[in-house]
Design a protein around this ligand. Structure first.
Ligand code: DAH
Length: 340
């Protein structure tokens, strides 16, 4: 390598640069190599390019071409090595123009939110929370609740049986008996949980759905306690102007039985007030003495009331959603709207 042969000198520089680049153990070493060969003031290849003007007119084109080729090869090698080291080429290795990643924000499912709000209202009214198994026996799901197995509700058409007399509970009412067996009155419980029915999956039915059971058993509990407590619940959940109405109904485990409806008064942004339609929220009633006796309690001494409601339906009406299935499709664009 002599000064009289700048092309040879450039090729030697190229080899040296490529060695330094491929041997660079990290970004810092790579950056040192870049500065040593291509740095604006001290780079050895840059110096050759700067010195082109001092060459003779004969030499200049060939040396210039070779210098540019070496510069391109070394630049490409720097980029390749940098990518291999895991960061883009550039002084800091950071691309500050990239949009940031939005962190995912977790949130409770709208049905879970409804269950929690409802449970918290009853908790404030003195209820505690109870639970029972989702796979239960015919006894707890039907017979203990005064429902003979030839009752239409016990039909295999409606209920998902597992083996023999074991089934997926079709309502949360079995928690009534399971609680009464383990505790003496007074009993005031709320039991939210999944229940299962052989339903087609459509806008208003899902084969698995949430229910919330309520049960009160004590001495001297009357229909007045029943109606007043539910009216108070409705006011706390939907607002102070909410009223309830009871419609006669039938359930094997209550006597008398009722469907409970609520009507809300909505205040529009312009201040005008409007009543909603009656909205059915639960089945309920005074606990049948036969159920109280099945629990081993004296039905002359103890009375009570109970209800079962569907929080998914309540959440659906609250949010103006028209298809239950959207709650279960787990599309984050839909569910994210309710996150809090
Ligand atoms: N278990 C009933 C159902 O799933 C709902 C129900 C009605 C529960 C009346 C009760 C009750 O506790 O008293 O349809």
């Amino acid at each position: 390598m002599t000064d009289s042969n700048p092309i040879d000198a450039l090729r030697a520089l190229e080899a040296e640069a490529l060695d330094a680049i491929s041997g660079a153990p990290d970004e810092d070493a790579l950056e040192d190599a870049r500065v040593a060969f291509l740095g604006r003031s001290e780079g050895r290849i840059s110096a050759v390019l700067r010195g082109l003007g001092q060459l003779s007119a004969d030499e200049r084109p060939a040396v210039g071409q070779e210098a540019n080729r070496v510069k391109a090869v070394v630049t490409a090698a720097l980029e390749t090595r940098s990518a291999a080291l895991g960061r883009p080429a550039g002084a800091s290795g950071l691309d500050l123009t990239l949009p940031s990643r939005k962190p995912w924000k977790g949130g409770l499912h709208p049905i879970t939110q409804a269950v929690d709000e409802i449970w918290h209202i009853f908790r404030d009214l003195g209820f505690s929370r109870a639970r029972g198994p989702e796979a239960d026996t015919e006894w707890y799901n039907f017979e203990a609740l005064n429902t003979p197995l030839d009752h239409p509700a016990a039909d295999e058409q409606d209920t998902l049986y597992l083996v023999d007399s074991v089934l997926l509970r079709s309502h949360t009412s079995p928690v009534q008996m399971r609680t009464m067996e383990r505790h003496e009155p007074p009993i005031r419980i709320i039991a939210p949980g999944w229940v299962y029915r052989r339903d087609t999956y459509d806008a208003t039915h899902t084969p698995a759905f949430m229910q919330i059971e309520g049960l009160v058993i004590d001495e001297g509990v009357t229909f007045v306690d029943f109606k007043a407590t539910l009216a108070e619940f409705a006011r706390r959940y939907w607002g102070p102007d909410t009223v309830i109405r009871l419609r006669p109904s039938f359930f094997p485990f209550t006597e008398p039985s009722a469907e409970v409806d609520v009507k809300r008064v909505i205040t529009r942004p312009d201040g005008t007030r409007e009543e909603t339609d009656w909205l059915e929220i639960m089945g309920a009633g005074m606990v049948d003495p036969a159920v109280i006796e099945n629990a081993g309690y004296d039905s002359e001494r103890y009375t009570g009331w109970a209800f079962g409601m569907g929080p998914a339906r309540i959440a659906l009406l609250k949010h103006g959603v028209d298809d239950l299935r959207t709650f279960f499709e787990n599309d984050v664009r839909f569910l994210g709207q309710f996150a809090r």
